[in-house]
Design a protein around this ligand. Structure first.
Ligand SMILES: [Zn+2]
Length: 344
């Protein structure tokens, strides 16, 4: 068995089957999330270019180096509010006849993936302003197993040692509990910990990271009612894998909007604890992309009627059966997966 089929065999697990609440700013809805045959979406990445007008104020055309992929959801649960709808909002900078000042590079939905702002330009989605770029400050603290960050008397501490880096200005004395849920940027360079630029977000009362708008590629995921939500997560993961590869970024470059502002976004993924599952999807997409780049053609052939050739499970997930085929240098191989169960 070749390494591709071996890999799929290895990652094949029971599909996720979870009742969730989808959170919108107008209304929430209950949803049965059903995973796919494999945590890989057997579909080509298809992106529709629909760039915002260069005269728009939500497209300043400032070029910046990209260090992050910033994940959002639209928070718009209304029927029909898919990717095309939100892409047009950015393009025309108009939402319900009012000026729409925000922008983001991509929006992902059941109706496709739309590209609104060129990747290398600044967009307004992260809530951290555009004054500060991705910057690292050397703490001179030697690398250990883990970068455990705390705050004491106005300074950041790593693993109990004072970094001599002050916490940002705030109307109150900041403590460790004021950090956003995803922490602050801490990377190792030349054997010592370096911290990123931080600030205190007044709206969400959290210490957050800079560089979201300037150095991030912002992606919105649609959560409109009646959408196949899991398909959107998989398409989002596939888009992320392509961008990681294209810009030579690693998985840690993918951050939720929350990291840059303290906002509860992407809210549905956060509240239903789906972030780690989503990151696993990105990891798989990235691995399979590397096989495709080596020249493998990879397909799924459904053998049971509850599976589409994309791997999406429809209706129910009893008795799943499918074949994965690979072709490289005219050598074809396949492996049959089958799984019998009374329920997911
Ligand atoms: Zn957001």
């Amino acid at each position: 068995m070749n390494k591709v089929l071996e890999y799929f065999k290895q990652i094949y697990t029971k599909p996720i089957f979870q009742k969730i609440t989808v959170y919108g700013w107008i209304y929430n809805y209950e949803y049965q999330l059903i995973g796919s045959a494999l945590p890989y979406l057997f579909e080509k990445l298809d992106i529709t270019e629909n760039l915002a007008f260069p005269t728009n104020t939500n497209r300043p055309q400032t070029i910046k180096e990209k260090k992050y992929i910033v994940i959002h959801d639209t928070g718009d649960t209304s029927l029909g509010r898919g990717a095309k709808y939100w892409s047009q909002v950015v393009k025309e900078q108009k939402y319900e006849n009012k000026l729409y000042e925000a922008s983001f590079q991509y929006v992902v939905g059941n109706d496709g993936i739309y590209h609104n702002i060129p990747d290398d330009e600044v967009a307004y989605h992260a809530g951290d302003g555009t004054k500060y770029d991705y910057t690292l400050y050397d703490t001179h603290i030697k690398q250990a197993n883990d970068c455990k960050l705390t705050i004491k008397e106005g300074y950041y501490y790593i693993n109990g040692q004072n970094t001599n880096i002050k916490v940002p200005d705030a109307p109150k004395a900041l403590t460790t509990s004021d950090l956003n849920d995803n922490g602050i940027l801490c990377v190792v360079q030349n054997g010592t910990y370096h911290l990123g630029e931080t600030y205190f977000n007044q709206t969400y009362q959290k210490i957050a990271n800079r560089g979201g708008n300037n150095n991030g590629i912002g992606i919105e995921m649609c959560i409109d009612e009646k959408t196949d939500l899991y398909l959107n997560y998989q398409r989002l993961a596939k888009l992320c894998a392509m961008l990681l590869d294209k810009y030579h970024l690693d998985l840690s470059s993918i951050r939720p909007h929350h990291y840059f502002s303290g906002k509860d976004c992407p809210m549905t993924a956060r509240k239903n604890h789906l972030w780690d599952h989503f990151m696993k999807l990105v990891e798989v997409e990235k691995a399979v992309l590397s096989f495709i780049k080596e020249g493998y053609e990879i397909n799924l052939i459904p053998k049971s009627s509850n599976i589409l050739s994309s791997g999406r499970i429809i209706n129910d997930c009893h008795n799943i059966c499918f074949i994965v085929t690979t072709k490289k240098d005219n050598i074809e191989e396949s492996y049959e997966f089958s799984w019998e169960s009374p329920s997911c």
